[in-house]
Ligand binder design. Structure first.
Ligand code: BYC
Length: 327
């Protein structure tokens, strides 16, 4: 992408003024190369997380305990595919195509959220993912609705509405199990025991080790630091766990009257770093399945391209994705 030297045009001052005024940067506006690159990095990681995130839950679609639960789970997994599409479209408005981003995912050059490298061992994991993983996602993503980059912010508004349904279905599922038989209650508790700490890791490394936070906050891509959002999430979960009748697996959880927040125990950052390096319990399985799905879908992409070549009048004109995401 060619960038006109900002000093020739006063564009940089305009960019800075737009950020300072809390207004939106739009696709055709001048922006610093690093701002563009950081957005592509974050949006791509987010989009990849959505489509890889379909796998752990899809594992349970065929074994959902009732038609109602199956229909809910199918809708949720479909929503996640949709979220991936909104986000890849938002990245396209920055000049980076979906093929390039998927290639980077498949070759390990871009990340997806650490959380999706853990297995879904029981039906209660579907509830734990909804309550904790989607709950963490909402806590992180609601402030992104005010991100300085317009297409990303607007995609997040729609995503957050859907995430809120995802979170509630998980909560309701866990509540049902928790109030069910002793074995169902134990299954719900076991799921919370396994998903709690990885959910806290979703917010990223502690602030003093977060490479991008300071710059992203200065650009108003991020509105809060990783630790601020993690604390907000813990504060929300503690009373919810009580209502659920389930225990969070942290002996150090204590209300701190002075801070007016819940104190919590140390996070195992070694585990986080290992998962990011590819050594989590399911890294190979997740990326292997994603690569296979992409290869097996090659004929669909070829057929769509062939159809588009035969019927140019029906082909969406260039820039449609940009305009869609910019709306
Ligand atoms: N996992 O400087 P930092 C979902 C990376 S989808 C893996 O703090 P930043 C859902 C980080 O990328 C959930 N990597 O980074 C879907 C960076 O590496 P690079 C995904 C992580 O960007 C389906 C390095 O560590 N949500 O909710 O300022 C079903 C240093 O970190 C993680 C989003 O993506 C992690 N947990 O802050 C259900 C939201 N944490 O890029 C649910 C948008 C950090 O230099 N993203 N890293 O190679 C964000 O808000 C921010 O990117 C983060 C990290 C808070 C995640």
């Amino acid at each position: 992408m060619t960038t006109i030297a900002p000093e020739d045009t006063g564009q940089e001052a305009l960019f800075d003024a737009t950020i300072a005024a809390d207004e939106r940067i739009e696709p055709r506006d001048w922006m610093p190369d690093d701002y563009r690159a950081s957005l592509v990095r974050q949006i791509a990681q987010h989009a990849h997380s959505e489509i890889i995130g379909m796998q752990p839950e899809a594992n349970w679609i065929t074994r959902a305990p009732s038609l109602r639960r199956k229909a809910i789970l199918m809708a949720k997994v479909q929503d996640e595919a949709g979220h991936g599409l909104y986000l890849y479209s938002a990245a396209e408005t920055l000049g980076t195509g979906r093929d390039e981003l998927l290639d980077k995912l498949h070759t390990g050059r871009q990340k997806y959220s650490s959380i999706f490298n853990y297995p879904t061992l029981t039906w209660a994991d579907v509830g734990a993912i909804g309550w904790l993983v989607d709950g963490a996602a909402i806590t992180n993503q609601v402030p992104l609705c005010r991100c300085s980059y317009g297409p990303y912010a607007r995609a997040m508004v729609r995503i957050c509405k859907e995430e809120s349904f995802h979170q509630r279905q998980g909560y309701e599922l866990l509540l049902t199990l928790s109030r069910g038989t002793e074995a169902q209650h134990a299954m719900a508790q076991d799921a919370i025991d396994r998903w709690w700490w990885p959910s806290l890791m979703m917010f990223g490394p502690p602030d003093d080790e977060s490479a991008h936070s300071a710059q992203s906050m200065a650009w108003k891509i991020k509105r809060h630091s990783n630790d601020e959002l993690r604390q907000r999430f813990v504060d929300i979960c503690v009373p919810q766990a009580e209502t659920l009748g389930l225990t969070l697996p942290d002996p150090d959880l204590r209300w701190n009257e002075e801070r007016r927040h819940w104190d919590f125990g140390p996070i195992d950052w070694t585990e986080f770093r290992e998962v990011l390096k590819g050594n989590g319990p399911c890294n190979d399985e997740r990326i292997g399945r994603r690569r296979r799905a992409h290869q097996e879908g090659a004929w669909v992409r070829e057929a769509a391209a062939a159809h588009a070549a035969k019927h140019p009048a029906h082909t969406p004109h260039a820039g449609t994705d940009q305009e869609e995401a910019a709306r």
